[in-house]
Design a protein around this ligand. Structure first.
Ligand SMILES: [Zn+2]
Length: 340
């Protein structure tokens, strides 16, 4: 095992503390809190205005949304390692003592309440996940290309905003909806509402199953349903949150791109790491196609799909065109535009 991996595994919380100090300043945490709050408001608004959902199911859903706890960047409490003896010339002994330390620490928690600071992935791992009605975004996830404190807000809403929306939506997808505000497995939906949900979810399954990213290879819409609901729902909420953050003002046009266009550029930029591979075209296509077919954001889907849906050569030009819009670290024309 490489040395870094060993240290990460043995004293991951301590490494996370150093990582957060260096790469996740307090201002970023505050900016992220605003994003999360706006995303929650957008989801609440959508739940309140769902035409097909009864008042009782809505009340349950809104209660669950209010109960979702979001942890941003770091856990509230770091693990105290002061009782773990470490020796510079006894690696094997260090490993043994760390295992014993970890065992004792876990055993001591058996009869207590669930320790919300005991994250499954420490802040230095780039991930976002939902567990026990808790949404966790690690500090390493809150970096470019997903989040940049100095970027145009539209870019951040399309990047990390869509991820926040994705995680929020998971609590209400085909599996998430089966647990209630206290994370109990309890049917809190009326039969009629559940049937209405299923009717719509089946349409999405069918839509995805019809997609053929490679000749003869179809998606399995029923198997990927939760992720597809979260992807589409998350992006939709993020766009609404972005528009809401403008408080009725028109978004400025920057480098010839409207706010909505930059939102989608931000979304695609968050996937650019895979741009040179076939995988990129395979996993990005379904969401574009679904958006296009649903019509709600179709024009943007078509607009941006032209730049992104093809393999490496066009992906490269996509990256180049993005350079002017949201070059992370040194946004050329975007300084002074902050989220509100
Ligand atoms: Zn997911």
């Amino acid at each position: 095992m490489p040395a870094v991996a060993f240290v990460n595994e043995a004293v991951g919380s301590a490494v996370g503390e150093l990582y957060v100090q260096k790469y996740f300043p307090q201002e970023n945490q505050q900016q992220m809190a605003v994003l999360v709050a706006n995303l929650r408001t957008a989801l609440q608004d959508r739940l309140e205005h769902l035409s097909w959902m009864s008042a009782s199911t809505k009340a349950e859903a809104l209660h669950k949304l209010a109960n979702l706890e979001v942890q941003i960047g770091r856990p509230k409490v770091w693990i105290d390692y002061t009782k773990l003896a470490v020796s510079p010339d006894d690696l094997y002994g260090d490993a043994q003592r760390e295992k014993a330390f970890d065992w004792q620490r876990r055993v001591s928690q058996i009869h207590g309440l669930w320790n919300k600071s005991d994250w499954r992935f420490w802040p230095q791992y780039s991930t976002a996940y939902t567990e026990n009605n808790q949404l966790i975004f690690t500090a390493a996830m809150l970096q470019a290309p997903f989040f940049n404190a100095t970027a145009d807000p539209a870019i951040n809403y399309g990047g990390i905003g869509a991820v926040i929306g994705h995680e929020l939506t998971h609590s209400f997808d085909d599996q998430g909806r089966e647990t209630d505000a206290d994370n109990r497995l309890r049917n809190s939906w009326t039969m009629k509402d559940a049937a209405q949900f299923k009717e719509r979810a089946d349409l999405l399954s069918t839509q995805y199953s019809a997609m053929e990213p490679l000749p003869g290879l179809h998606l399995k819409g029923d198997v990927t349903l939760g992720e597809n609901i979260a992807d589409l729902g998350g992006l939709t909420i993020a766009l609404e949150a972005y528009r809401g953050s403008l408080h009725g003002q028109a978004s400025p046009v920057l480098d010839g791109f409207t706010g909505d266009q930059r939102f989608f550029l931000g979304w695609r930029k968050s996937g650019v790491k895979n741009a040179a591979t076939t995988t990129y075209a395979i996993w990005s296509r379904p969401t574009f196609t679904a958006l296009e077919q649903q019509g709600s954001m179709g024009s943007y889907a078509i607009w941006i799909a032209g730049m992104t849906l093809s393999p490496s050569s066009q992906a490269k030009s996509f990256s180049l065109s993005l350079k002017n819009v949201c070059e992370f670290g040194k946004p050329p024309l975007l300084q002074g535009v902050k989220s509100s």
